[in-house]
Design a binder for this molecule. Structure first.
Ligand code: DMJ
Length: 752
């Protein structure tokens, strides 16, 4: 296949394997951004240089290097992607150089070599530097190889946004270039871009978005995952630590990793979330690029989730022969293309290294068989246009030879098959090899002392130790299998088998084991049932809860169907309630000394009990109920008798609290939110719903206060003991001062 590239495509950037010719930019219909990798610099040749050495094709490597030195021009009037040029071309030249000097030192091949590839790399490095001329230090996404950025001939430089991976995947190549040559500027620029991204991380979640404005540093796309647009930013933080030995990179990686595992990882899935609301999923599908992540987790030493995600991906592959560019959380094809991406093979290789489990060799065998069966064409391997139909695209990206071949070969290679020690090198994101000895060479870039900034990190041994692949699980060869076993049918289990049967079972009138109207978020038994049905509960900051169902997380297919019925009921219940009357906000006014009515707190109404809009107001002194949550018979009825009882939100339904205080003789009730810091200034007010049963027995008025407003009353009690309030229909009050802003936003319904 290397030969096919030379014969049919060279000196073009890529081989077109169906028509057996080279892809020359400008001569073929434009494919948009994909073409930005093509700089008329014999991309595939450069990208596959070090693969030749790995495959022990030393003679061919020597010829290929000569070709590069003789033919490749880096000064073309072409606009290229800075990211792609860095990882494929700069990385390719540096990987080639790394192995060329290794071979030269061995004394047989490359004896004539005099750092010529490195000189080319340096020339290319200088060509990329103008891209960094922004106030943020983040590079422009594209550059003209001949004219740079600013000049009119450049035809680029007006972009405002770049992807996080585009700006954060430079440090390995740029630092290697600096350390090989002594020209520190490259490493400095790459570090500056990384520092800026780190500063811009969303501080409450420690996640980064997909795209960022290179001038203002604002996040343009605030969704966050580990796949497209972000992937190699995380990869390079960890690998920069390995290559450069700089602790700050590991500290950053660990901080992000912690956030990824908290919010994005839902084993075996990896689901995008919003950086500001990380409990909210941003989409219901995953992209193929995230398949690299298990490999990175192996490097981090977190093997279990790596095995789980890899197993899930493998089952998707078994179902569709290849990993579709995007697939849904129930493993249907979302985007059917597959450009022969290497990420899954990469993770398979690293998992095999970590576990020694022959299962991963079987996985590799399946990958090779599928490639030969479905993608092999007379002039090479063709990308899949649609994995469902097996149709081809006239495309073979350079990463297929740079990465896929390398990883698959390495998976099956014995130590003796490789003419050098692969453990002495680190793989870049394009699988180019950089020698680890660079960590102690030309270390002139000052390391930032960041320890004080990171004191919150758990710097346990685990976080600071790289796994040693020689000694992982020597006594437990079944370790990986035991993790895979429960996931064996994860894809089949979630297959559309459901659709007809579920509809049928709905028609049959089957009921879920827990009825939506009975559900209480604080009841541990209910939560257990939810979990079994694959329904997860997300507590939103404003106190509401969100329910999400993932059929694959259910204990069985029957439970998954129950979960669907439960969700269906819940949707019906809330839409029914939405249709019910929208009550306006109410008010709690403190009328006793020294407030005298000047403090008015915005309160949420209840759909049960005395309607304040019809019955004017209720006035009384306040008293806290015991238990404070009001979920059982009060133990202090004498204290609340004839008073307005204060009750804390939570543990049971609002209606139950109302009944308990009413039975104790209270004339009204104020429920105070248990979410610390909540306020009607920031959270949407809601109305307290009943419990789905008849609530006519509740005669007293009930109002709801968020915690900030509630604590005004609690503080007043602490200071003045006797505090009298007026519960009223807010609109009827003429007040002189408002403590909290009036809120006439649409009210939500909440039950507990
Ligand atoms: C490769 O060019 C690199 O691995 C990059 O980081 C993203 N993925 C492509 C191949 O899929």
């Amino acid at each position: 296949h290397f030969r096919a590239v030379y014969e049919h495509a060279y000196p073009a950037d890529e081989l077109m394997p169906l028509t057996c010719r080279g892809r020359v930019r400008g001569q073929e219909p434009s494919r948009g951004d994909v073409d930005d990798a093509l700089g008329k610099f014999s991309l595939t040749l450069i990208d596959s240089l070090d693969t030749l050495v790995v495959l022990n094709k030393t003679k061919e490597f020597e010829d290929a290097v000569r070709k590069v030195l003789r033919d490749v021009n880096l000064d073309n009037d072409v606009v290229v992607s800075v990211f792609e040029t860095n990882i494929r071309v700069l990385g390719g030249l540096l990987g080639g150089h790394s192995l060329a000097i290794m071979l030269k030192e061995k004394g047989e091949y490359m004896q004539w070599y005099n750092d010529e590839l490195l000189q080319m790399a340096k020339q290319l490095g200088y060509k990329l530097l103008p891209a960094f001329n922004t106030t943020s230090g983040l590079p422009y996404p594209r550059i003209n190889l001949k004219f740079g950025i600013r000049k009119p001939e450049a035809r680029t430089g007006t972009e405002t946004d770049t992807c996080t991976a585009c700006a954060g995947t430079l440090i390995l190549e740029f630092a290697a270039l600096s350390r090989f040559t002594g020209a520190t500027i490259f490493e400095e620029y790459a570090r500056k871009a990384l520092d800026f991204l780190w500063e811009k991380r969303q501080r409450s979640s420690n996640l980064v978005g997909v795209t960022i404005n290179i001038h203002t540093g604002d996040w343009v796309r605030k969704d966050s995952g580990v796949g497209a647009g972000i992937d190699s930013y995380y990869e390079y933080l960890l690998k920069a630590y390995v290559l450069l030995g700089d602790d700050s990179f590991l500290e950053r990686f660990n901080t992000h990793y912690d956030a990824i595992m908290r919010y994005i990882s839902q084993p075996p899935l990896l689901l995008d979330v919003h950086i500001h609301k990380p409990m909210l999923n941003a989409r219901t599908w995953m992209d193929a690029l995230l398949a690299f992540f298990p490999g990175l987790q192996v490097l981090k030493g977190d093997i279990r989730p790596a095995i789980e995600t890899h197993e899930m991906l493998y089952q998707v592959i078994k179902k569709h022969n290849f990993l579709p560019e995007a697939f849904t959380t129930d493993f249907r094809v979302h985007w059917a293309q597959h450009p022969l991406r290497p990420e899954f093979a990469e993770s398979t290789y690293f998992l095999y290294k970590a576990t020694g489990d022959p299962y991963y060799l079987e996985v590799g065998k399946t990958l090779i068989e599928n490639l030969n069966k479905y993608a092999r064409v007379p002039c090479g391997f063709a990308a899949m246009k649609d994995v469902r139909t097996g149709s081809h695209e006239d495309r073979m990206d350079s990463f297929f030879l740079a990465e896929m071949f390398k990883y698959l070969y390495l998976l099956f290679a014995d130590k003796e098959d490789i003419i050098f020690d692969i453990e002495d090198y680190i793989f870049t994101t394009e699988a180019h090899l950089l020698p680890l000895w660079l960590s102690t060479t030309n270390q002139s870039i000052s390391k930032k002392n960041t320890t004080s900034e990171y004191t919150e990190l758990d710097d346990s041994n685990f976080d600071w130790t790289c796994p040693n692949t020689q000694i992982l699980f020597p006594n437990d060869p079944l370790y990986a299998q035991s993790i895979r076993e429960p996931l064996k049918n994860v894809v089949d289990k979630s297959c559309p088998r459901g659709i007809i049967r579920v509809e049928e079972s709905f028609r049959s009138g089957a009921k879920p084991p827990l009825r939506a109207r009975d559900f209480m978020a604080t009841n541990p038994e209910h939560l257990e049932i939810l979990k079994k049905m694959g329904v997860s509960l997300i507590h939103l900051k404003d106190g509401r809860v969100q329910l999400v169902q993932h059929a694959i997380q259910a204990a069985s297919s029957i439970d998954a169907e129950d979960g669907l019925r439960f969700m269906q009921e819940m949707i019906e219940l809330s839409s029914q309630q939405q249709k019910e009357q929208q009550l306006p906000p109410r008010a709690v006014q403190i009328v006793s000394h020294p407030f005298f009515g000047r403090v008015v707190l915005t309160a949420g109404p209840a759909q049960f009990g005395l309607d304040l809009s019809k019955h004017k107001e209720t006035r009384g002194f306040v008293a806290s109920s015991k238990p404070y949550n009001g979920c059982s018979e009060l133990t202090n009825p004498e204290a609340v008798m004839g008073k307005i009882a204060l009750i804390q939100r939570g543990q049971c339904m609002f209606a139950e609290k109302a009944r308990n205080i009413q039975n104790a003789g209270a004339i009204g009730g104020i429920v105070i939110d248990d979410n610390e810091g909540s306020s009607s200034d920031t959270a949407p007010l809601f109305q307290m719903a009943g419990d789905g049963k008849d609530t006519d027995d509740i005669k007293i008025p009930m109002l709801f206060l968020f915690s900030k407003e509630g604590s005004i009353i609690l503080d007043a009690i602490r200071e003045y003991e006797e505090v009298e309030v007026l519960l009223s229909d807010k609109l009827s009050i003429s007040f002189t001062s408002l403590v909290t802003k009036m809120s006439y936003r649409k009210l939500f319904l909440v039950h507990w």
